[in-house]
Design a protein. Structure first.
Length: 473
């Protein structure tokens, strides 16, 4: 009888009808199907379906959330243990399963699995070892055997690439884990062992005992270029001698992991810890800047590292939130903190920001020529481009129709005020005057809150803002 832990049909196909509604992304003969079947059965037998959270990162199992009718989180490549740790500590009653492949866990996520395993917090990790990067093109994985051809070692892995990592032994040698076992899937006897091991690892978490790690030797007929039965024989004859099966660690009869304290989500306590403002700020205007967009205004501020784009963006986002709007501020620093590309994306939404990125801004503030050249063409029709005419004398692109150009010598004005560092505040004054994005009082109040630890800067910043707002070409 099919497990109720699986969805009755898989919605990953648009039609989700007939056979396509019941097929996975796994290749014929792949071991993922069996391993996930055993996991689903264990979840059902232990009665923890409604408490389970499955973490699937990048790899062949990336679409597991289409198959498992449990809580699901998608993690970045290799980061499943870190995401799982967050779930477990936020909700200690949850049953967290990290389901990962060898490239994901043993290479990209090696730091995450080592640190999480050493911590020993009750989690269950199912590690599928098929000795190859299966989803991304058949490259050599940390578990690839010596002599095994891959797309990046066409003549076979040599000792110059190092030997394969034995993850079960490595994890077992840490202090944190309580149970580590390596199993396989190449015949019925091994499948029975695999099913028992996966259930036991899950049960240890249910009982709060500690961290359990199950390594599953799995067939990958596609990259071995073998029929499924021959792939099973390859695992038995080639992998098992390198990765011996069996229990590598079992200290489950000792003390249980200490009880994880349930975190508090009390809003007042959280605000106190953060040192956040508790009083509702006074609003300077109740009107959304709908003359720029009816629902969501996007701004991009860009320049060289140190130009102050990040600070200006923070001030705008804070001012917008004080006005009762939803707002996001996403920084991007580039490869260098000073002298490299630096920009920030800001959204100000009447109700809710749906995506924090800004591909086509309503307003661009460019502090240097490269930023203007790169982002100027992306400004949408009817938008604004504020740029530093101290550094840019002519445009090397054609703006969209109706885009309003606002050239202001930001650096020169700031220098005349005594410090070129405030050219970003000059830009805020120019921005408000040109676009009427937010009330001046709101921007200045947000600026003061942002610079709380620098009272000596405020007089200069006020002068810079006024200079930008009053500038006339």
């Amino acid at each position: 009888m099919p497990s109720t832990v699986f969805y009755r049909q898989f919605e990953r196909n648009n039609s989700a009808k007939g056979v396509s509604a019941h097929t996975t992304t796994y290749c014929p003969g792949c071991g993922h199907g069996l391993a996930q079947k055993f996991l689903a059965e264990a979840i059902e037998e232990l009665g923890v379906k409604d408490r389970t959270v499955l973490i699937s990162p990048v790899g062949c199992s990336v679409f597991s959330y289409y198959y498992f009718d449990v809580g699901n989180s998608q993690a970045a490549h290799g980061r499943a243990p870190a995401v799982g740790l967050g779930h477990k500590t936020a909700n200690p009653e949850s049953i967290v399963v990290c389901y990962q492949g060898d490239g994901d866990l043993a290479s990209i996520g090696l730091a995450e699995i080592i640190s999480t395993a050493q911590l020993g917090i009750p989690l269950t990790v199912i590690f599928i070892n098929n000795a190859i990067y299966g989803m991304t093109g058949g490259q050599m994985a940390p578990t690839t055997l010596l002599g095994q051809p891959t797309s990046t070692t066409p003549d076979g892995r040599t000792s110059l690439a190092g030997g394969p990592l034995r993850m079960a032994e490595l994890i077992a040698d840490l202090d944190g884990p309580v149970f580590v076992e390596r199993v396989a899937l190449f015949n019925n006897k091994q499948r029975i062992h695999a099913k028992r091991a996966i259930k036991r690892a899950l049960e240890l978490q249910v009982n709060g005992v500690g961290f359990a790690f199950i390594e599953v030797l799995s067939e990958c007929p596609l990259y071995l270029a073998l029929e499924p039965e021959d792939a099973e024989a390859w695992v038995r004859d080639r992998m098992v001698p390198v990765f011996p099966l069996g229990i590598k660690k079992d200290i489950t009869t000792g003390d249980h992991f200490p009880e994880i304290p349930v975190p508090t989500f009390d809003a007042a306590k959280l605000l106190e810890v953060l040192g956040a403002q508790v009083e509702r700020p006074q609003r300077c205007s109740t009107e959304f800047p709908s003359h720029l967009d009816p629902e969501d205004v996007s701004i991009k501020l860009a320049g060289a590292g140190g130009d102050g784009a990040q600070l200006a963006a923070t001030v705008l986002a804070r001012a917008a939130i004080n006005e009762g709007f939803d707002s996001t501020d996403i920084p991007s620093y580039g490869p260098q903190s000073r002298g490299g590309t630096s920009y920030a994306d800001v959204h100000i939404a009447r109700r809710e920001v749906l995506s924090p990125a800004v591909a086509h801004p309503h307003v661009l503030v460019a502090f240097n020529a490269p930023s203007l050249t790169k982002f100027g063409p992306t400004v949408r029709r009817g938008g604004y481009i504020v740029y530093d005419s101290s550094l840019v004398t002519e445009l090397d692109f054609e703006p969209q129709d109706d885009v309003k150009l606002v050239p202001v010598p930001l650096a020169r004005i700031a220098k005349e005020l005594g410090s070129e560092i405030v050219k970003n505040i000059v830009a805020l004054g120019v921005l408000q005057h040109a676009t009427r994005l937010l009330p001046t009082e709101s921007i200045l109040r947000a600026l003061g809150a942002t610079l709380q630890g620098k009272p000596d800067r405020m007089a200069l910043d006020m002068a810079a803002y006024e200079a930008g707002a009053n500038f006339k070409a």
